[in-house]
Design a protein around this ligand. Sequence first.
Ligand code: FE2
Ligand code: FE2
Length: 153
Amino acid sequence: MGDTARRIVACIAVENTIAEVYNYCSNRFDEARDFFSDLSREEVNHATILEVAGGYESAGKLPKDIVPVNLPNIFATLDFIVGVYDKVKGKDVSLKDALDLALAMENSKVESYLMETLTKDTDDKVIHNLRKLLLDERSHIEKIQEFIQQRGL
Ligand SMILES: [Fe+2]
Ligand SMILES: [Fe+2]
């Protein structure tokens, strides 16, 4: 497996772990159940998009600008997300704490690169195909900030 393929696999692990965190939050915070379960579903979708990107990569068709950050960076992010997961499981964590932790996860480079790559202007067919799988999703940072405001948290 080449370096790019490895990076994609590691990014899939990041997306799936974030999905787990949101799934946990949706079970824990009744008042935000649907909000978190939507986010969780979208993270699983990101993992799927990356799996498709991995397919393009193994066929030698992946555009250069879709290559994620280097492996040590991705693993550092994964460590960070696992740490967030531990924190969010703490017994005194409020909904507001969980949302702040969610924003910290979403601010990681690994989490934002897919959205940044797939939403920019390009004529590349592969990027267009992958973008279709995004289904016009808005950034999670935006969604979380909006939710915090709506609930007055
Ligand atoms: Fe994601
Ligand atoms: Fe996200």
